[in-house]
Ligand binder design. Structure first.
Ligand SMILES: *Cc1c(COP(=O)(O)O)cnc(C)c1O
Ligand SMILES: [Zn+2]
Length: 410
C-alpha cells in the first residue's frame, strides 16, 4: 500500500517521520511546507505500466501506491479524477504549436480540481479517526471538502471570504457544511481559519499546510502522462493562486520520473492574474521568497495575495525550466468564450486562466512550434455565472408568436 515514508521540508530540507503528524516545518514555520516521499523501489513494483492499462478503475485511486492513503475502507465513494484530456487540433492550428490538449478538471464531482485533494483529505481524516474536517477557501476547496465530507460521513466547518461566488457558497450549504462567511479578504479568512482549527482540533484541509493534499492533486499530472500514452508533454500550464496545483503538477511528474514511467519533466508553467501575481513577481525578479501584496481579479479562485505554498511553487517552476506569465481580467473573460466555443469546455475565470496564459505566450512568441502543451482547466463555468455574464451579450427576448419572432430576426 502506498504509505509515505518521509516528509521533507520544502525550504530547509529537514526530514520528518510521517507518523509524527507534523504539518509544516518546526524550524521554518508556516512557510516550510512538506514534500511527501515514498519508497519508490516499492512503488515501482506495485505500479507497472501493464497492470495500470488493465485496471478498470477510472478514478485517481488507480494510483493508490503513490498516495498516502492506506486504509481502503476510508476512501470516499464519490468518483474523482480520470477527467478527460481533449485534443484540440483547431487550437494547435490557430496558435501554431505542435499539439494542444485540454485537461477538463471541471468534470470532477463538485466541479473543480480541488476534489482531488478533498478525496485524500477525507480518507486521511477517516484513517486517523477524526470526525470534523475544516478549511479556509476562496470557494472551491470548501465546496469540494463539504461534498467529500458528506459522502464520508464527516462534519465540515468552512471559512470563506464574503465575496465568494454565490454558487460556491450555495453548494456548501446544500452539502450541509457549517459555513462562516468572513467579512474580510482571503488572507484574513485563512488566518482566522488557522486559529479556529488549531483551537478546536479539527482535521485541517488547508492545502498548503496539510502535506497530503498536494498528493491528491498530483494525480492530474499522472493522468495526463497516462492519457498521452506515457509521453510527457513539453509544457503543462495551470493557473496559480496559493500555488498548490502548480506544485502538485510538478510532484506528479517528479514521482513518475522516480519510478521510471517517464524520462523527463515537462516545463511547469504558471499563469496569474495581473491583479494577483506575487508568484510571478518572484519568478521574474529571481527572488528567494514571495512578497505578499493585495489581490484584485475577476478570477476569485486565484485572487490570492499571500500564497501559502509559495516555496513549492517557486521550486516547481524553477526546477522544471518552466515559467510564469500574467493575464488581464479582460484576457481571462475573452479566453472563457473562446475556449467554450472551440472545445465545448466552459470554465470559471480561474479555470480558463491557464488557457488565457497559453494564448498570451503564443502571441508573444514564447512557445515552440513543435511543442505539445497540456492546458489544465481547473474549475467549471457554472461555478461563477456572474463573471461569465461579463464575457457575453444578452439573449433576445421575444413574444410567443411567429410574427414577433420574425420582427426580432429582421
Ligand atoms: C484553487 C483554484 C486554483 C488555484 O489553485 P492553487 O493551488 O491555489 O494555486 C485555480 N483554479 C481554480 C478553479 C481553483 O479552484
Ligand atoms: Zn524547514
Amino acid at each position: 500500500m502506498g504509505k509515505a515514508t518521509e516528509l521533507k521540508c520544502s525550504l530547509c530540507g529537514k526530514i520528518y517521520d510521517p507518523d509524527s503528524n507534523v504539518m509544516t516545518c518546526d524550524d521554518c514555520g508556516i512557510d516550510g511546507t512538506m514534500h511527501v516521499l515514498y519508497d519508490y523501489e516499492e512503488v515501482k513494483k506495485q505500479l507497472p505500466m501493464e497492470s495500470l492499462a488493465a485496471d478498470p478503475d477510472r478514478s485517481l485511486w488507480r494510483y493508490l501506491p503513490l498516495l498516502p492513503v492506506s486504509d481502503m475502507a476510508a476512501i470516499p465513494s464519490l468518483q474523482v479524477g480520470w477527467t478527460p484530456l481533449y485534443d484540440s487540433p483547431s487550437l494547435a492550428d490557430r496558435y501554431e504549436v505542435g499539439r494542444v490538449t485540454i485537461k477538463d478538471d471541471g468534470r470532477n464531482p463538485t466541479a473543480s480540481y480541488k476534489d482531488r485533494a478533498s478525496a485524500v483529505a477525507v480518507a486521511m481524516a477517516k484513517e486517523l479517526g477524526r470526525d470534523v474536517v475544516a478549511c479556509a477557501s476562496t470557494g472551491n476547496a470548501a465546496s469540494s471538502l463539504a461534498g467529500f465530507a458528506a459522502v464520508g460521513g464527516l462534519s465540515s466547518v468552512i471559512f470563506v471570504p464574503e465575496s465568494a461566488p454565490e454558487a460556491k457558497v450555495t453548494q456548501l450549504l446544500v452539502y450541509g457544511a457549517q459555513v462562516y462567511l468572513v467579512k474580510g479578504d482571503y488572507e484574513q479568512t485563512v488566518n482566522l481559519a488557522i486559529e479556529a482549527i488549531e483551537a478546536n482540533g479539527w482535521y485541517n484541509r488547508n492545502c498548503a499546510i496539510n502535506p497530503y493534499l498536494v498528493e491528491g492533486k498530483k494525480t492530474c499530472a499522472i493522468e495526463i502522462a497516462e492519457q498521452l500514452g506515457w509521453q510527457v508533454p513539453d509544457r503543462v500550464i495551470t493557473s496559480v493562486g496559493d500555488g498548490c496545483i502548480i506544485s502538485s503538477l510538478y510532484k506528479g511528474f517528479w514521482d513518475l520520473l522516480q519510478i521510471g514511467l517517464i524520462d523527463r519533466m515537462p516545463k511547469i508553467t504558471g499563469v496569474q492574474a495581473e491583479g494577483a501575481c506575487p508568484i510571478h513577481r518572484a519568478i521574474e525578479s529571481g527572488a528567494k521568497r514571495v512578497t505578499f501584496q493585495p489581490a484584485d481579479t475577476v478570477a476569485d479562485s486565484i485572487s490570492v495575495g499571500a500564497p501559502r505554498n509559495w516555496a513549492k511553487a517557486l521550486n516547481a517552476v524553477r526546477s522544471s525550466d518552466g515559467t510564469t506569465v500574467t493575464v488581464s481580467d479582460r484576457e481571462i473573460l475573452e479566453a472563457m468564450t473562446e475556449l467554450a466555443r472551440t472545445t465545448g469546455v466552459f470554465a470559471e475565470p480561474a479555470g480558463v486562466t491557464a488557457f488565457a496564459g497559453f494564448k498570451r505566450m503564443a502571441q508573444d512568441g514564447l512557445l515552440d512550434r513543435q511543442e505539445t502543451v497540456a492546458i489544465v482547466v481547473t474549475g467549471n463555468g457554472l461555478k461563477d455565472i456572474v463573471s461569465a455574464k461579463k464575457a457575453v451579450g444578452l439573449p433576445t427576448v421575444v413574444e410567443p408568436n411567429i410574427d414577433s419572432f420574425r420582427a426580432v430576426r429582421a
